[in-house]
Design a protein around this ligand. Structure first.
Ligand code: ZN
Ligand code: ZN
Length: 370
């Protein structure tokens, strides 16, 4: 079974389902059609790539195909009714749904349904009332239980091991792509199931591009090397950034790195439950602003991580929702100076009942690689 469904040895799926049913009740819905795979995984433990999940007050029915017959039994067990569909998952849904008595108003995940499939709801599903819902399961996923936090911590540890091993091998003359390849090899070697997003390795002036992909640029002495990458353990993601210098750092590199580090530490040290996402963002932004680099910090402070590398909550200038204990967020301030270079330092932080715990253990001081 999916180890993340086990929090402190307990299977949390029944609680997740109960919380979802409560939310559906509040939204005046009789059911929900779940088509987002991370949401299916969260509710059932199923990790396959083809699934539909029907949630009603009395039933939980998972539709998948023949390729997953053995896997679904292993992962889901008796937790949901499983239907293996030989042709289309939708055929199974239309055969099953009429038996669900009293189910009239059904939500669908408007951010996770292709228009082609939405048309099916209007055609074959015309006898039910379909209501778009946004972030219904995602909101439940924002607060992690102990099992989920343990998986994220493991992913963070894997990412850290891989980065340390990669930095030992970084030399002038290597390309950014070679560095990314080395890091990805080390991630696999340390136990990562995959890469939650394309590894960013941005060197020299390219480090000023917040989402640069690794390129053929050759690393030179004195370059900043910004590395933003992640690891995955039991489906749960880590997301970390460090910016190092190849050789001795210049005064300016030190100054910029110091400001970003201080902004990171102020934010991860003071972020709290009940605080709005925008207030958390301000913890770092006000400091960077006061140092004269406000314009150079053009993105938000952070985002939630979990089964997806970008999920709720948001820590941005416009995020009004309050944070809560159990959320795991990134804190990733940056300063980007076009043509010169940039620094980002990103840590993963657990919001606790009485503060916050930084899960990333890597040093935040500027590393000068010799
Ligand atoms: Zn990142
Ligand atoms: Zn991030």
């Amino acid at each position: 079974m999916n180890p993340a469904a086990l929090g402190g040895g307990l299977d949390r799926r029944p609680q997740r389902l109960a919380a979802l049913r409560e939310a559906l009740g509040r939204a005046d819905l009789d059911g929900l059609l779940v088509s987002s795979l991370p949401n299916v995984r969260y509710l059932t433990g199923f990790t396959g790539s083809n699934a539909l999940l029907l949630v009603t007050p009395l039933e939980l029915v998972l539709f998948t195909d023949f390729r997953y017959a053995a896997q679904v039994e292993d992962e889901v067990g008796g937790h949901a009714v499983v239907q293996i569909e030989p042709t289309s998952l939708w055929t199974g849904l239309w055969a099953r749904l009429p038996a669900a008595t009293g189910v009239e108003r059904i939500g669908f995940e408007s951010a996770h349904l292709l228009h082609r499939d939405f048309s099916r709801l209007l055609e074959q599903g015309a006898r039910w009332q379909w209501r778009p819902v946004v972030d219904c399961v995602e909101q439940l996923r924002e607060c992690k239980d102990e099992g989920e936090v343990a998986c994220i911590e493991r992913a963070v540890a894997i990412a850290e091991t891989a980065l340390v091993r990669t930095l030992e091998q970084l030399r002038p003359g290597m390309t950014e792509l070679a560095v990314a390849g080395l890091l990805e090899h080390q991630l696999r070697d340390a136990g990562s199931e995959g890469f939650p997003f394309e590894t960013i390795v941005a060197s020299g002036p390219r480090s000023a591009l917040p989402h640069a992909r690794a390129s053929e640029r050759v690393l030179g002495l004195g370059d900043f090397v910004l590395i933003d990458f992640g690891a995955v353990y039991a489906g749960y993601c880590a997301d970390i950034t460090r910016t190092v210098v190849l050789g001795p750092a210049s005064e300016r590199q030190r100054e910029i790195h110091d400001i970003v580090r201080e902004a990171n530490e102020r934010a991860s040290g003071a972020i709290r439950a009940e605080m709005q996402g925008m207030a958390a963002d301000a913890l770092a932004r006000e400091y960077i602003d006061a140092r004269g680099y406000g314009e150079a910090f053009g993105h938000s402070l952070g985002h939630g991580i979990g089964l997806e590398v970008h999920e709720g909550p948001r820590l941005s200038r416009s995020a009004e929702a309050p944070l809560a204990a159990g959320m795991v967020v990134t804190v990733e301030p940056g300063i980007y100076l076009p043509g010169w270079g940039g620094v980002r330092i990103e840590d993963d932080v657990l919001i606790t009942a009485d503060g916050a715990r930084v899960l990333t253990r890597l040093d935040r001081q500027l590393t000068e690689l010799s």
